[in-house]
Design a protein around this ligand. Structure first.
Ligand SMILES: Cc1cc2nc3c(=O)[nH]c(=O)nc-3n(C[C@H](O)[C@H](O)[C@H](O)COP(=O)(O)OP(=O)(O)OC[C@H]3O[C@@H](n4cnc5c(N)ncnc54)[C@H](O)[C@@H]3O)c2cc1C
Length: 618
């Protein structure tokens, strides 16, 4: 019988308990060796002026702060609403521990009365990082660049600064590729950058025997295993590259900000919410002059002599523009906001990758014992190995298409594994996924006797578009988020096709060996449909869709102010000295996870700013 009671009855001289207690204390203390970087609060006062103000220290904002403060004579102010990142941000396996904490904006989608009937209140969680490093500190660290065809569509829409060649160059500029084994492959070595700030690597996995089984099944159904998905232009399946090194997250704060904290011309304000852009309105000429900031209990104004750059992410950037009078006229008037520029596309064109869980149950294995789990934690303290050193989702991906001879993918699958009788399944299904009991309970019951191989399917290029709008004109109120997943029927048809390809894994030897079967996602509206039929999947898609956290497009770039928000130089149409540079400018969502593409947006955006002032980029 296992005994975990710390007061033992065996007689002792005291040496044994002292030795063991000292060892435990020692390991507990080693958590202090996990790197920390606290940013000192700068002295910034009402009416101070900087050359450039950047709003938001997330993925894009961190890149910009680094590249622009490389110009010594420019004074740069970076303003972030969140605090220093917590220790959990550094430990790859602890990302979910930040959800619904003060480091998360805690967004939740609005009920549109059509999708998500099986989720509590018809809403799902949309976490976003609220801290130095932004969402790069809460994300799952998967590094996927996007396909050439994605970037070609940006260029073809008239965004001439964004050719495939330029964007690929920006990826390389950002990267420091560190997988020594893969570097021996010349194609891979040529594809990635070697001396950029952002470490790109491969992490070990304690679940390799399980992920190998899934990879073998994907290969069997024609989603061929490849050495590197980015090199393969995202056609195939394989172990994904990640932004971790030596068991520590490589966020954009770690890559781009901490190495330059000593620069005298860069100031970083944290815990400061930008509430408004200050805009001079002289009839035909409108010009951004600075920002209004909540600084403790004060509201202060800070000015920019060159320009203001908004990098607050796909939800907050359109919110800030609208609060400042830039947005759809009728909407602004309805919120008592004076209209400075009627810009109809602000907050529109919201695109996201959704998730449809494919719940495949199998014979086992069961969850490791408590002692094994604690030992695994000790490994992290000892030498940054074990499951905490790896990303919290399976580190494998599949990209595929139903089109013959397709050169770029239409579908993606992530993978998440849950042990038989998992201690975390209830939390995941009810709190994270917000599934109602009718959906969650049957799956929890099946998991009592079966391990869960969860394939997390998504349509890469949805036709459905959502939107962000203001709930009120108070900057502290969350905006309304309507993702409108599957509002375009073409996405439902496409998803049904992609899901039926993916579930062919059930017939493969690797899955048959473990007695795999598809568990039904029970919900009254779907219960009448044959399991795994097109109608069943369409019903699951509409009622139970989740997010893979990739919102983009809400301040899209383009030529025409009626159909876009910023120009291809990322300048806000109709207002001088104001740009948006972050996920929101992406006109069409890329094939895969968005952190790498937003990094390239940050790099290219910085170059455009520098070019406009005749400065040479580093
Ligand atoms: C849970 C989760 C998992 C993800 N997993 C992956 C993954 O594995 N791989 C991948 O490629 N992508 C992933 N993503 C997506 C990726 O992280 C984002 O696309 C990317 O970080 C977006 O960068 P951004 O600069 O646009 O916004 P953010 O990084 O979100 O930065 C915006 C910053 O602005 C700050 N801000 C907002 N409003 C204000 C204001 N008014 N005043 C001051 N500051 C403000 C925010 O606090 C934040 O720090 C994930 C995202 C999430 C949330």
């Amino acid at each position: 019988m296992e005994c975990y009671n710390s007061s033992c009855l065996a007689p002792t001289t005291g040496t044994a308990p002292q030795t063991f207690a000292a060892a435990l204390q020692f390991f507990a203390a080693t958590q202090c060796l996990i790197p920390d970087n606290l940013i000192a609060d700068p002295e910034v006062n009402d009416f101070n002026t900087y050359d450039i103000i950047i709003v938001g220290a997330g993925t894009a904002g961190s890149v910009l702060a680094n590249r622009l403060s490389a110009i010594e004579e420019w004074n740069i102010l970076l303003i972030e609403a969140g605090d220093d990142e917590p220790v959990e941000a550094k430990i790859p396996g602890m990302d979910k521990g930040m959800f619904r904490s003060k480091y998360d904006w805690n967004y939740i989608t609005s009920n549109n009365g059509i999708s998500n009937a099986a989720n509590i209140n018809g809403s799902i969680n949309w976490p976003r990082g609220k801290m130095i490093g932004g969402s790069s500190n809460i994300n799952a660290m998967i590094y996927i660049q996007g396909s050439d065809q994605d970037f070609q569509t940006w260029y073809d829409a008239g965004n001439e600064e964004w050719s495939v060649k330029e964007i690929r160059r920006c990826f390389k500029k950002a990267e420091s590729f560190q997988d020594q084994k893969l570097l021996k492959n010349r194609r891979i070595a040529r594809h990635y950058g070697s001396d950029g700030p952002l470490v790109v690597n491969t992490c070990n996995s304690t679940l390799r025997n399980i992920t190998d089984r899934v990879l073998a099944a994907w290969d069997d159904i024609g989603i061929r295993n490849v050495d590197d998905l980015n090199v393969a232009n995202l056609m195939g399946s394989g172990i994904t590259r990640v932004t971790t090194a030596n068991g520590v997250r490589q966020s954009h704060s770690r890559a781009y900000l901490y190495p330059i904290l000593e620069r005298k011309n860069l100031k970083i304000m944290k815990n400061c919410l930008v509430t408004k852009i200050l805009i001079d309105d002289n009839g035909d000429i409108k010009e951004a002059r600075g920002v209004e900031v909540q600084h403790g209990s004060d509201s202060i104004k800070i000015y920019a002599s060159k320009e203001v750059i908004i990098s607050a992410g796909a939800i907050n950037s359109p919110q800030i523009l609208m609060l400042s009078g830039i947005g759809p006229k009728e909407h602004l008037i309805s919120k008592n906001i004076s209209v400075i520029v009627d810009s109809p596309m602000v907050g529109k064109n919201l695109q996201d990758h959704c998730i449809i869980p494919v719940t495949i149950f199998s014979d086992g294995p069961s969850e490791p014992s408590k002692a094994d789990k604690q030992f695994d934690t000790m490994k992290y303290l000892y030498n940054r190995t074990g499951s905490l050193a790896q990303i919290s989702i399976g580190d494998i991906l599949a990209f595929y298409s139903a089109r013959r001879n397709a050169k770029s993918p239409d579908y993606q699958s992530h993978f998440s594994f849950m042990w038989k009788n998992s201690s975390t399944i209830t939390e995941a299904l009810t709190r994270r996924f917000r599934y109602k009991d009718e959906v969650a309970n049957p799956l929890i019951r099946l998991n009592k006797e079966h391990a869960l191989y969860m394939l997390l399917f998504n349509v890469l290029h949805p036709h459905s578009k959502g939107n962000i709008s203001l709930s009120t004109n108070d900057p502290n109120d969350h905006p309304l988020i309507y993702p409108n997943y599957f509002s375009d029927p073409r996405d439902l048809e496409s998803a049904a096709t992609g899901l039926r390809i993916l579930t062919q894994v059930l017939k493969t030897r690797p899955f048959r060996e473990v007695g795999a079967f598809l568990g039904r996602m029970e919900w009254p509206a779907c219960d009448g449909f044959e399991l795994n039929s097109r109608e069943y999947w369409k019903c699951v898609c509409l009622n139970m869709v989740l997010t893979v956290y990739h919102p983009v497009g809400t301040c899209m770039m383009g030529k025409d102010p009626q159909t876009s928000v910023v120009s291809s130089r990322l300048k806000v149409h109709g207002v001088d000295s104001l740009r948006v540079i972050d996920a929101s400018i992406i006109p069409n969502i890329t094939s895969g996870n968005t952190n790498a593409p937003v990094t390239a947006v940050g790099e290219r955006g910085a170059e455009l700013v520098l070019e406009d002032y005749n400065q040479v980029s580093s």
